[in-house]
Design a protein around this ligand. Structure first.
Ligand code: NDP
Length: 246
């Protein structure tokens, strides 16, 4: 029983990590799905093949989230090639960490272009296509609630910005029957934050459940939130972090 049969979705940053898991899970639930990527055409192509194996349409679009025109073009192409747009998952993100004395303004600007500005741009373009029942999900971070080490301030600030965005936009979109929510993962095993990486042991000590999350755990939560049973959830910042911020 596929909960998203006949829906059309776009996932930004779907070539690897959490985004790739979301693409495949939405496809498994019957949604046609497009993904964007910046620099991994081979990985993106592989994800498209795995999604198509569920019998849906799938499509990869090269679009650097820092480029607003490219993001808008990706939204428009998705709507045309899939035949509509019901679900947007703003997942693409970067994590630049450095102590205050060394943090480069160019890294600040890049972080905000990808993690914040692109989310607004994609959402603005996507909701024009959405009908009643539309869904927007941002992938924020538990670091918006708790940043327990130095060097992460700008990343945390970028994810805190998403909290205000979903709270505010829920008021714009609610009367149109569209929900928007912010999913805030804790440490999840990906290229960005490997479970065997140098920070892993210290992160696990901060958690109620002392292990890394699996990308499929995030994807299944997103699949629920974009599905028909989640129509009363909006403007919410939702933790899925093993108790990192508890
Ligand atoms: P990864 O680094 O493993 O993957 C990032 C994905 O985003 C890739 O598909 C990458 O594409 C894409 N991407 C990166 N920059 C851009 C860009 N400028 N334009 C378009 N696509 C881009 O990250 P994760 O899967 O770990 O993270 C996904 C999201 O989850 C991020 O928003 C991150 O902040 C958030 N998050 C992650 C946590 C973790 O512990 N892993 C914890 C909390 C939140 P390409 O392959 O082309 O580079």
């Amino acid at each position: 029983n596929q909960s998203l049969k006949g829906k059309h979705a776009l996932v930004t940053g779907g070539s690897r990590g959490i985004g790739a898991a979301i693409v495949k899970r939405l496809a498994k639930e019957g949604a046609n799905v497009a993904l964007t990527y910046a620099s991994s055409p081979d990985r993106a192509g592989q994800v498209v093949k795995e999604a198509e194996a569920f019998g849906v349409k799938a499509l990869a679009i090269q679009a650097d989230s820092a480029d607003a025109e490219a993001v808008i073009a990706a939204v428009e192409r998705t709507a045309v090639e899939l035949g509509g747009l019901d679900i947007l998952v703003n997942n693409a993100g970067v994590a630049q960490m450095a102590p205050i004395d060394d943090f480069k303004l160019s890294d600040f600007d890049r972080t905000f272009a990808v993690n914040v500005r692109a989310v607004f741009v994609a959402t603005q373009a996507a909701v024009k296509h959405m009908k009643e029942g539309g869904r927007v999900i941002n992938i924020g971070s538990t670091n918006a609630e708790r940043m327990p080490f130095a060097g992460g301030a700008v990343y945390a600030m970028s994810k805190s910005a998403l909290q205000g965005l979903v709270q505010g936009l829920s008021r714009d979109l609610g009367p149109r029957g569209i929900t928007i929510n912010n999913v805030q993962p804790g440490p999840v095993d990906t290229d960005m934050n490997p479970a065997e990486g140098e920070f892993a042991e210290s992160l696990k000590k901060l958690m109620a459940i002392p292990r890394y999350g699996h990308v499929d755990e995030i994807a299944s939560f997103v699949a629920y939130l974009v599905g028909p049973e989640a129509g009363y959830i909006t403007g919410a910042n939702l933790m899925i972090d093993g108790g990192f911020a508890a």
